[in-house]
Design a protein around this ligand. Structure first.
Ligand SMILES: *Cc1c(COP(=O)(O)O)cnc(C)c1O
Length: 372
């Protein structure tokens, strides 16, 4: 069959885009055993608030109808909070969908998208799907973004730069000063996406906060999500704020009606004053737990970078699979990124002692050695 190409092993006879056929299929990671801890997806370990569940359940009575296509009620609520107009807010089925929309709107074949690496595992695939080319700029030795090198990597072909703070999976923030200096170097006609999926967990005062920069840069869009701090990962709702013209372009690349009425209702209920106060109290509990876990690991000798999200990064290098397997044997599912390291979400309180117990036996003694 002469027409078959590289894609034949996945779909014999079907002519797929070769770069799509070559993408690794999405793997969600192993499910945790019943009595174990699922610390692989940076989810919120707390059950949803009863009021939020009720709002979602109430929305179920309208599912014979399509949702409001632009989720106006939620956009208005967010707009009021951030002091912008509703047209400067876009909501999507998780902020991952929105990142895809922005990349599709700005970059196609022959164009480049610059981001740090290692960063969010979804970025490479989104860029490839748009037909564009990823330009991955290595993180600094401290696992933070090398913004100078990222600015240097911008060429005539660059259409989008993605900045992730705190960076998933390494946990390191971009500071406000670093970001300011970076924006001064980026040409004003190139889109900068500031991915702030974990900003609610940040306790370092020096961190960039995109909400303080609104209206200051014609090319800046910030992205946030209800999935992590607000504990709505399963509902799929995130949002972006930025200049109307850029958001209009992203609206054009959306698959219509991605945000359901239930998603909007759950997000709106989470923004009610009492609900949000409780959710943010939980966030501070998780941030405190994170700091304790990190301090404990550092005391054992682990070189853990700054951790400002709801996760810690273990730079396990070539030992990544071994350490992840040992964790799994101890009923902890973490996210392994061989050959770089392991991201462990901050979950239930009981997981901290278990993690410190097992990882205490696996402390790297040198560049080479992790005890078996
Ligand atoms: C989790 C995450 C998102 C958003 O996820 P959604 O559930 O799609 O809102 C975006 N960026 C990063 C870096 C993340 O880790």
């Amino acid at each position: 069959m002469a027409f078959m190409t590289a894609s034949e092993s996945t779909a014999p006879g079907i002519r797929l885009r070769p770069e799509i056929a070559a993408l690794p299929p999405y793997r969600q990671g192993r499910p945790a055993p019943d009595d174990g801890f699922k610390l692989s997806s940076n989810e919120n370990p707390h059950d949803p608030l009863p009021g939020v569940v009720e709002a979602v359940a109430a929305a179920a009575s309208t599912i014979n109808r399509y949702p409001d296509a632009t989720a106006l009620a939620l956009r208005e609520r967010l707009a009021a909070r951030f002091g912008v107009t509703a047209d400067e807010v876009i909501v999507g089925a998780g902020s991952v969908s929105l990142i895809a929309q922005f990349v599709l709107a700005a970059a196609g074949p022959g164009d480049e998208v610059v981001y740090s690496w290692r960063s969010f595992e979804a970025y490479p695939g989104l860029v490839t799907v748009a037909g564009a080319t990823s330009v991955q700029v290595p993180n600094r030795p401290d696992h933070g973004h090398d913004l100078d090198a990222m600015a240097d990597a911008i060429t005539d072909r660059t259409r989008v730069v993605i900045v992730c703070s705190p960076n998933n999976p390494t946990g390191v923030i971009v500071t406000a000063d670093e970001f300011e200096a970076f924006m001064a170097r980026v040409p004003a006609d190139r889109l900068v996406l500031l991915d702030e999926a974990y900003i609610e967990f940040v306790t370092d005062d020096e961190a960039v906060d995109g909400s303080t920069l609104l209206g200051r840069h014609p090319n800046l869009v910030l992205l946030r999500t209800f999935s992590k701090a607000y504990g709505l990962a399963g509902l799929r709702v995130g949002y972006a704020i930025g200049p109307v013209a850029i958001l209009d372009a992203a609206r054009a690349t959306a698959i219509p009606l991605g945000v359901t009425a239930a998603s909007s209702a759950g997000a709106l209920a989470s923004l009610e004053a009492a609900a949000e106060a409780e959710l943010l109290e939980r966030v501070s509990v998780i941030a405190e737990r994170r700091d304790r876990l990190r301090a404990g690991l550092i005391a054992q000798g682990w070189p853990i970078p700054q951790a400002q999200g709801n996760f810690v990064w273990l730079p396990t290098g070539e030992h990544t699979v071994h350490v992840a397997d040992r964790l799994f044997e101890a009923s902890v599912v973490a996210r392994a990124f061989p050959p770089s390291g392991i991201r462990i979400s901050v979950g239930e309180e009981a997981s901290v002692e278990i993690l410190l117990g097992i990882l205490g036996e696996l402390v790297p003694t040198s560049q080479e050695g992790h005890p078996k």
